[in-house]
Design a protein around this ligand. Structure first.
Ligand SMILES: N[C@@H](CCC(=O)N[C@@H](CS)C(=O)NCC(=O)O)C(=O)O
Length: 223
């Protein structure tokens, strides 16, 4: 058996889920190296040689012209779709200039407008031990999130009016992966989500993708 050209470094219970999810959706052959981020797992000499920031995920694409190394989770996800997708209007890769633009703008939007506050909600509502959670931090993050998530709610309503049930098209695309992976962190903001029915429904549909469910099983196993 030949070794796959693609290697994704990083456990599924991390931002590595973004490129892992794209690879699964595209049915790409790849090697998964479940490097943890705790205990400086991303800061070994081998990992620092790949990503001097000391973070996961990292993507390696062994190409005839030489290895291509990508870090930053959104870049890894978008690279896989751009370079390894078919762009046929069937798979999740952008199939037109408009879809490419949507994948880029919504992915950048997710990391700049959503990620920090969504992570605060997740950590201080669910992940941290109860005695360390700070409700006031989560409350403030939820108030701020109401603004960008309101933008998303209105966008999804406009998409629905065009007969498109996903973020960038009438099919699930890499834009849904990139934004859905971040927006899901805000699900514990229950009151906020109750006020955003289209957004809550879209996040649940992203989470219900078989690729996402398989990765959640993997995440629970620690890989
Ligand atoms: N902006 C980066 C953030 C990467 C990041 O912070 N990854 C975490 C895991 S989700 C990590 O590697 N933390 C280990 C550390 O910072 O030591 C990305 O999206 O890839």
């Amino acid at each position: 058996m030949t070794t796959p050209a693609l290697t994704i470094y990083g456990i599924a219970a991390s931002r590595a889920v973004r490129p892992l999810w794209v690879a699964e959706e595209l049915s790409l052959p790849y090697t998964h190296e479940p490097v943890p981020y705790l205990n400086a797992g991303a800061r070994t000499p081998e990992m620092l040689a790949l990503n001097p920031n000391g973070h996961i995920p990292v993507l390696k694409d062994a190409r005839p012209e030489g290895d291509v190394i990508v870090w930053e989770s959104m870049a890894c996800a978008l690279y896989l779709a751009r370079v390894h997708g078919k762009a046929d209007g069937v798979d999740i890769s952008p199939a037109s200039a408009a879809e490419e633009a949507d994948a880029l703008r919504w992915s950048f939007w997710a990391v700049t407008e959503l990620e920090k506050d969504a992570l605060t909600v997740l950590m201080h509502r669910v992940v941290m031990p109860a005695e360390q959670r700070k409700a006031d931090l989560a409350d403030a993050a939820e108030r701020r999130l109401a603004v960008p998530l309101g933008v998303m709610e209105r966008h999804l309503a406009a998409q629905q009016a065009k007969g498109q049930s996903w973020l960038a098209a009438d099919r699930f695309t890499v834009a849904d992966v990139c934004v859905g992976a971040v927006a899901a962190w805000a699900l514990p903001a229950r009151h906020l989500m109750a006020s955003l029915p289209l957004t809550a429904d879209w996040i649940q549909r992203c989470q219900a993708r078989p690729a996402q469910q398989a990765l959640r099983v993997k995440a629970r196993s620690g890989r």
